[in-house]
Design a protein around this ligand. Structure first.
Ligand code: AMP
Ligand code: MG
Length: 310
């Protein structure tokens, strides 16, 4: 490759714990350790914008004040992602609902507590995403509090890919806690092999693996954050109508798409929509594919998705 000084077979990997998860960027073709490190550092930059649980983040400040003038690059990133989240909210009948912040904060998957019903009910009163206004210069929440946990990793993965491509990287995997975005192909001209976990499987049991070129693979699953109380499974993907974990017979949804933010928004949205409605939505979209695992470990494919399995 012109301008590429990386010796054949050399890879550069950087990793860290950001966005509440393990992140890793591996460069296979052109690149350098410095580029890999900078890619991972971008997670820290965006975490300081999007993490609504950190009081000093740009989002936490917006949630607190209720409105924001878009003045800095950080504000622009925040306004941009809020706008994308609202757009996918509309497309999924608000199954993806970034205004669920008051309900999601009630659920504590570290101390494993089930919130009081009254707390959940009062949290839902202030969930009105259609009242959020975003323009180039302002964001107005009009009583809402935003949680971007369902959409941020995809957005950040896309930004990292943009950076890598600008730097001339032609083959890489960006892994943000299982939210995968591939850059180009593997150097041996084979597809990247992306394994998707068997929900509640033993160790690293694989449900299926996919052959991927230059695309994103994002999975939302009940097994990512959950606990049992009185034999009831409580997990982190909430039904916006009830404020309780979505209970619709699905264990996970995997989305294959070009942009990772599309995959991240859609996999959470499709999970909440349930199998039938989600398949219709995905089949109506171009170049987006979904693979579902239900609570009997059945695997269900949207049109064309099975072709990626290898
Ligand atoms: P993901 O892992 O991308 O499916 O995102 C799950 C995270 O998004 C949760 O941990 C919550 O912070 C938040 N969340 C839960 N339910 C929803 C929902 N229905 N719409 C939007 N965000 C949600
Ligand atoms: Mg998501």
């Amino acid at each position: 490759m012109w301008g590429c000084k990386t010796p054949k077979g050399v890879t550069y990997t950087a990793s860290g714990f950001y966005l509440d998860t393990f992140v890793e960027v591996t460069l296979y073709g052109c690149g350098s350790q410095k580029i890999a490190n900078k890619a991972v550092d971008m997670c820290k930059y965006y975490q300081n914008i999007f993490n609504f649980r950190d009081e000093s983040s740009t989002l936490a400040k917006l949630n607190q004040s209720g409105s924001m003038r878009v003045a800095t690059e950080e504000d622009e990133a925040l306004a941009g992602l809020v706008s994308i989240g609202l757009d996918y909210g509309k497309r999924t009948d608000y199954s993806l609902n970034i205004a669920l912040g008051p309900a999601t904060v009630q659920w504590d998957f570290i101390n494993k507590t089930v919130p009081d019903k009254s707390e959940i009910e009062s949290a839902l009163k202030n969930v009105t995403p259609d009242k959020i206004l975003v323009s180039n210069s302002r964001v107005e929440l009009n009583g809402n509090k935003i949680d971007l946990g369902a959409v941020a990793k995809g957005y950040i993965a896309d930004k990292i890919k943009e950076y890598l491509v600008e730097e001339g990287v032609d083959s890489a995997i960006i892994n943000l806690g299982g939210n995968i975005l591939c850059v180009g192909q593997k150097t041996d001209n084979k597809k990247f092999k992306i394994a998707v976990q068997q929900p509640f499987g033993r160790g690293n049991e694989v449900a299926f693996s996919l052959g991927i070129d230059d695309m994103s693979v994002v999975t939302s699953g009940v097994y990512e954050r959950y606990f049992y109380r009185d034999d009831i499974l409580y997990h982190h993907i909430l039904d916006p109508d009830t404020g309780y974990p979505c209970d619709n017979g699905l264990w996970s949804v995997t989305i294959i798409s070009s942009k990772s933010v599309d995959g991240d928004c859609l996999c959470t949205g499709c999970f909440v929509m349930g199998l039938d409605r989600a398949v219709k939505l995905i089949d109506s979209m171009e170049d987006v594919y979904a693979i579902f695992i239900d609570d009997n470990s059945n695997i269900i494919y949207s049109a064309g998705a099975e072709a990626f399995v290898n």
